[in-house]
Design a protein. Sequence first.
Length: 219
Amino acid sequence: MVIYVFLTSFPSCPQPGVDGARGRLAYPYNVTGNRWEGVGERAFFPRCVSIGYHYDNMLSLLQAEADSLRTMPKRLTKAARAEFEMPAADDERKFALESTDGRTAFILIVNRKGKIKLTKASYSETYRITDTLARLDIDGPPHTNPTVSSPPLPALARHNGASIACPHFHFYVEGFDDRWAIPAVDEGFHQTTDLVLALRDFMNYCGVLNVPIIQYPTF
């Protein structure tokens, strides 16, 4: 079992990773093996604990932090690259990503759940397990944005309270998480009718380096 331990300071532990928000130290810990694991060894973390503060009370990302993390150069971990493939219809796969220095962890979620529409998909980049930095939704239901008196970003003003049809793109907005969406084409996603090309474009957008060849699924 692997848990994600956040520490405000623990200099005696070997090879710490740095959680990009406020520079907190983050250590993946292998409980079964009773040893500290390197960042590249983990796939994703099923649950979190913390020392010094509770996980649920972690500070929310600032907009500048989220924007930086979203497109930060990153790569598939060695284990994720070895098993990387496009899931079949009605399946979902999660792949571990890490920054090029191995100190910041992300998860790429490739979701094709749904038996009725084989063209439906959702691609997400997450951080700290619960923070969705980016999500591309293809051939799903429309999304209705919040209605606010003052949109949090100028680019969202014309989408205030609007219903955004698929394909649409969600990104982290401070104070709203991923509850805002814009048309996918506005963010440069033009090939959404081809799920493989769309996934490659999404990974490139998120800063993933050396994206592997993606085989078309049989269905």
